[in-house]
Design a protein. Structure first.
Length: 365
């Protein structure tokens, strides 16, 4: 393991890995899946940035890009952030049928990054997660998450020598990326919002409970599967998730929480800042930020069976993007909040790649 310096804090460990055989430190060629991007060798690197919120807690960042290439224009650099409960590292870079979403975009020439926020995935766990959940209030609120994104954006910009990059958020991550972009348009090329969060008119699948919201919550594999399939017609449930994909995702995701994995049954713990924000803002009819302050091109992508953040939220959010130079809304059929890991994921990935690579959205050809 070598050491490099990000110019913003102490030296940080960096590990260079390659392709889908990363654990062995070998070069690999991505196996082409149906409709996939052309096969190609990818480099993978991992970074740990010091988090300003708590000494000793780091921020995990992963990067994939075409092998041997270290220079990219800003419009070909993408950062992804996750939602309320599950980390980016086990969703955006899960090699389903041998290829992850990260692989697909990197194979198309993108310099792709993901970040796990503190308390999630491969990032460090704040001290609140070492105590009983009821001992501390909810933490990792949306402004805190946006500050982490800002730190990572600046790291990437400095690393690649660019002024702007592309951003993509999923679920609560759309609020994180939307809030950040609304105050940092000068650092963003294009914005992709996957299942955007907006003012709620229907009950949430993520209940806050009664009284004080604790620091974190615990989720079981069974509850994760039930929530995933909520809203899917009974006759469509059997073939929505290809065989083994849920188990592959759940194994990878629940393994990221070493403490929760020791419980019986195993659980995944997630910070409750997003639940507190839902109660204080979205469920209370108050916007946490103004989408009208976003002045970059925006793609909203959503799926019809999304019961977590239903279509009306995406449609109403779209109408609020009054100052984007252009905007697009894509609704995918036969998909849920997790369409990125379902049978129609290639439709999802192609729409994102098309939006991020088009040079002239007004052209007829």
């Amino acid at each position: 393991m070598d050491r490099s310096h990000d110019g913003q804090g102490p030296a940080m460990p960096r590990r260079r890995l390659f392709g889908t055989l990363a654990a062995a430190g070998l070069a690999a060629t991505i196996a082409p899946a149906a409709g996939a991007a052309p096969a190609g060798r990818l480099d993978r690197e991992e970074f740990r940035l010091p988090w300003a919120g708590e000494a000793g807690v780091d921020i995990y960042v992963r990067n994939k890009h075409p092998a041997g290439q270290n220079t990219f224009p800003g419009e070909r650099i993408l950062l992804f952030v996750h939602g309320s409960t599950y980390p980016a590292s086990t969703a955006f870079d899960l090699p389903l049928a041998g290829m992850s979403a990260m692989d697909y975009l990197a194979a198309q020439g993108f310099d792709v990054y993901l970040v796990d926020l503190p308390g999630y995935g491969q990032s460090g766990r704040p001290k609140q997660m070492s105590a009983p959940a009821a001992d501390n209030p909810a933490f990792m609120r949306t402004p805190d998450a946006a500050a982490v994104v800002g730190q990572v954006v600046d790291f990437i910009r400095k690393r690649r020598g660019v002024d702007k990059i592309d951003l993509m958020g999923w679920s609560w991550g759309t609020s994180t990326m939307g809030l950040y972009t609304s105050t940092h348009n000068d650092k963003v090329n294009r914005l992709v919002l996957y299942a955007p969060q907006w003012l709620a008119r229907t009950p949430s699948l993520m209940a806050a409970g009664d009284g004080k919201i604790p620091a974190y919550r615990s989720v079981s594999r069974d509850s994760a599967k039930t929530r995933w399939l909520t809203g899917v017609p009974e006759d469509k449930k059997a073939d929505l998730i290809p065989p083994g994909w849920f188990e592959q995702w759940a194994d990878a995701t629940f393994a990221t929480d070493a403490v929760g994995a020791k419980q019986s049954p195993p659980v995944l713990r997630a910070p409750n800042g997003t639940v507190a924000d839902k109660e204080d803002y979205w469920a209370a009819g108050k916007a946490l930020y103004d989408p009208g302050a976003i002045t970059v091109p925006v793609l909203i992508i959503h799926a019809e069976w999304d019961a977590d953040l239903p279509s009306y939220q995406a449609q109403e959010y779209f109408a609020k993007l009054t100052h984007a130079p252009y905007k697009r809304f894509v609704e995918l059929g036969e998909g849920t909040h997790t369409v990125m890991m379902e049978k129609n994921r290639m439709q999802f990935l192609r729409e994102i790649a098309a939006f991020l690579t088009e040079s002239d959205p007004q052209a007829l050809n």
